[in-house]
Design a protein around this ligand. Structure first.
Ligand SMILES: NC(=O)c1ccc[n+]([C@@H]2O[C@H](COP(=O)([O-])OP(=O)(O)OC[C@H]3O[C@@H](n4cnc5c(N)ncnc54)[C@H](OP(=O)(O)O)[C@@H]3O)[C@@H](O)[C@H]2O)c1
Length: 261
């Protein structure tokens, strides 16, 4: 569904619940909890007692987190199934669960499979993080897919995220993953490759070179776990990596052919 076919909000005058529960205080969970705390109360849980909560965010235990009307899962993609299995019997009917995973097909299917029918489910991919949003959220993409959510409530959440300045798109998980395999999977892959080259700033750096350094900055502060998960759980990244490998080989072949040694 594109923005033009978005459901009318005229029938939905109540704002979304803004008592958020954030599950997971890794790099993204900490950042998102801080962002959301400007718009509502945020309680957060992490299995790691040493993980610091941002200012204005209350640390709670897992049972207290399950009392929140809106629970936002910010755990590693590879941990999502396990976390859903643990939470499923403990959630109250009517709770809304949102994931934030950077891949969407498998997490959407897992949430549909593992969360009881009386739990509302909205799959989300906030396509930003502490690095890309360092200058603010305006214009950054936010992907939504209503796994189990009525049109009126979806429209209210769309309004909420647009109110944060985000550019919201409602997109099927499969389409998201196809596109993200390149827009995100390729960028992160090249970021890791470039980082291994130990590139340094230079007085004679061209704009293109500075952009390459920016790619490293935008990708390599994230955990290796996130990188591995992006590559493993998006069903289209294997093809992306194969095409990248072929392109590198092809350029080398053309060069070898042209430059006779
Ligand atoms: N980084 C970004 O810019 C970004 C942007 C958009 C969406 N996301 C999504 O946000 C999620 C978290 O990413 P991240 O960058 O914060 O990764 P991260 O820094 O590696 O943090 C992963 C989090 O998951 C928790 N976790 C891992 N295994 C768990 C388990 N079995 N049970 C409970 N908790 C577990 C970790 O807890 P411990 O600290 O105890 O290991 C940590 O809080 C991912 O789904 C990612 O796709 C990230």
């Amino acid at each position: 569904m594109g923005p033009s076919s978005r459901p009318s909000v005229s029938d939905s005058t109540t704002p979304p619940e803004t008592d958020f529960g954030v599950y997971g205080l890794g790099r993204f969970g900490r950042f998102y909890a801080r962002v959301l705390s400007r718009y509502g109360s945020v309680r957060a849980y992490s299995r790691n007692p040493a993980a610091p909560a941002p200012e204005g965010v209350e640390r709670v235990d897992e049972a207290e987190l399950c009392e929140q009307p809106v629970i936002i899962l910010c755990v590693a993609i590879s941990a999502l199934r396990e976390v859903l299995q643990r939470l499923a019997p403990r959630l109250k009917p009517g709770t809304l669960v949102m994931d934030t995973c950077s891949v969407k097909s498998l997490p959407s299917a897992w949430m549909e499979e593992l969360l009881p029918a009386e739990i509302k489910v909205l799959a989300t991919h906030p396509m930003f993080g502490p690095d890309s949003a360092s200058g603010g959220l305006r214009g950054l993409p936010m992907i939504l897919h209503p796994v189990r959510l009525g049109a009126g409530e979806l429209a209210r959440w769309q309004d909420f995220f647009e109110g944060l300045g985000l550019s919201v798109q409602i997109m099927k998980p499969e389409l998201h993953d196809r596109e993200a395999a390149f827009t995100q999977g390729l960028t992160h892959y090249l970021g890791r490759v470039l980082a291994l080259l130990d590139l340094n700033p230079s007085r004679i750096a061209s704009l293109g070179y500075r952009k390459l350094l920016e790619i490293i900055e935008q990708t390599c502060n994230d955990s290796w776990q996130l990188f591995y998960d992006l590559q493993q759980y998006n069903p289209y990244t294997r093809e992306m990596r194969e095409r990248l490998g072929s392109s590198l080989n092809e350029v080398k072949r053309l060069l070898d052919e042209h430059v006779k040694s």
